[in-house]
Design a protein around this ligand. Structure first.
Ligand code: 5GP
Ligand code: ZN
Length: 143
């Protein structure tokens, strides 16, 4: 396990390397999943690539793929174990997006039809040429 790049001060690296405890539900060569200590709903799981990368945007494609491929299986297990009606997969990426632990991690949050969770996301409006401008800018960055 110690071959993964890690940061000495990082709390999730400590969990990956077993130097602080966590209630793990799954582990393989690439990633570990454990219960969030302060869950949105009970059964809230954090899926964490073992190697230290601060944010989603910095994850190597292969590691992102190895992590993402675990999501459907974990989602099925969490929904079956909790009796959840649904599930949110959320990645907070950067301080502006609410990230507090800067070792990229994926939240799997079981949801219930009658739960108290409420994300009242606002919605912006595109005007004029903005929609096509945005397409142009993102496509240019991808090419
Ligand atoms: P973020 O806001 O960075 O997306 O999410 C960090 C998450 O990590 C929070 O939901 C928080 O409850 C969880 N967390 C922080 N420290 C620990 C810890 O030491 N153990 C566990 N199991 N979860 C933690
Ligand atoms: Zn780390």
């Amino acid at each position: 396990m110690s071959d993964h790049h890690h940061e000495v001060a990082c709390i999730f690296c400590k969990i990956v390397h077993g130097s602080i405890p966590a209630v793990k539900v799954f582990e393989n060569e690439h990633a570990v999943a454990f219960l969030d200590i302060n869950p949105v709903n009970k059964g809230h799981v954090l899926l964490v690539p073992k190697a230290h990368h601060a944010s989603l945007a910095e994850l190597p494609d292969d590691l992102a793929a190895e992590t993402a491929r675990l999501v459907p299986r974990l989602a099925r297990a969490i929904q079956a174990a909790t009796g959840a009606d649904g599930l949110n997969l959320i990645i907070n990426n950067g301080q502006a997006a609410g990230q507090t632990v800067f070792h990229s991690h994926w939240h799997l949050i079981p949801r219930f039809l009658d739960d108290a969770v409420n994300w009242p996301w606002p919605h912006a409006d595109y005007s004029g040429d903005e929609l096509n401008q945005m397409q142009f800018r993102i496509e240019r960055e991808l090419s």
